[in-house]
Design a binder for this molecule. Structure first.
Ligand SMILES: [Zn+2]
Length: 152
């Protein structure tokens, strides 16, 4: 959920913000005073709040990140690297499906294959991973414990 057009913003102005902030700015870029490129989150915001139980007390929109993005972030690697996909395939072979791994698999079992990714998957499950969403053609970034990892 954090592709290139998730948040609102201007790539040229290196400015991005949440839909909330954009509304406060009347969708006008504070750098160049032109209309912001409106992101996906702005458009789907109203649909996002269906599962209120798991989003309780969580102001920011939260979604489970896909496995290959977690792997790339945990290895400080990229979405397209062989390293990322080697681990991806290994994990899928062991746990059957991405959803089973992301939602159900026990941490100790995942850790037998890779300790770092086990930790990240649990953080993902708990909604503890921070994401700086992409905007206006710039890719988003996963933020693991204050360390930012560019995905591409
Ligand atoms: Zn601008």
């Amino acid at each position: 959920m954090y592709g290139k057009y998730h948040w609102d913003g201007h790539a040229g102005c290196n400015f991005s913000c949440s839909p909330e902030e954009a509304l406060k700015l009347n969708n006008i870029c504070p750098v160049c005073n032109k209309k912001l490129t409106i992101g996906v989150e702005h458009r789907v915001e109203e649909l996002a709040d269906q599962d209120t139980n798991s989003r309780k007390n969580r102001k920011q929109f939260y979604t489970l990140l896909p496995l290959h993005e977690l792997i790339a972030a945990s290895m400080a690697s990229t979405l397209t690297s062989q390293k990322t996909w080697n681990l991806y395939n290994k994990l899928i072979a062991e746990f059957g499906s991405e959803f089973n791994l992301l939602l159900n698999a026990a941490k100790e079992k995942i850790a037998k294959i890779d300790e770092k990714i086990a930790e990240v998957i649990i953080q993902n499950r708990d909604g503890r991973i921070r994401v700086k969403p992409g905007f206006d053609g710039q890719y988003g970034e996963v933020i693991l414990q204050e360390k930012q990892t560019k995905l591409l």
